[in-house]
Design a protein around this ligand. Sequence first.
Ligand SMILES: Nc1ncnc2c1ncn2[C@@H]1O[C@H](COP(=O)(O)OP(=O)(O)OP(=O)(O)O)[C@@H](O)[C@H]1O
Length: 132
Amino acid sequence: MLMGLNDKQTTKNKNFLQSFGHAMNGIYCLVTTERNFRKHLVFATLAVILGFLLQINLDQWLWVIFALFAVISAESLNTIVEAVVDLIVDHKYDPLAKRAKDVAAGGVLLSALFAVIIGLIVFGQALLAFIK
Ligand SMILES: Nc1ncnc2c1ncn2[C@@H]1O[C@H](COP(=O)(O)OP(=O)(O)OP(=O)(O)O)[C@@H](O)[C@H]1O
């Protein structure tokens, strides 16, 4: 079991290992509770496989990796916003809660759009070079 998964600690982390354990727990939460995050991981895996198949160059890898982490970051932020909003309003309807959650979801959508654009440019170019 991951360190920090079941503890009830509310004080500061004492060392790097403890911080690392809680950070790993955060990633575990993202993977196990966020359906959209899992979908993005599947797309990320497919993009990496395609990158190897089409033998994209270093610059192209950097763009692909940048796009993947942009989506992961936006998805993490969205999850944080959802958790904090629910903590504050306790699932009661609130226009500000709606605004915060909708903006966070919009950020994920924009980052996914960015990743699609990068994917089309990089893999489109690589595919053309592969066919030629
Ligand atoms: N407390 C609230 N007050 C007002 N609107 C809310 C509230 N909670 C959720 N909503 C509305 O419902 C939408 C979905 O809520 P929420 O993000 O919690 O669900 P979700 O299914 O986990 O979203 P996602 O698809 O991003 O995982 C929000 O974008 C917002 O429009």
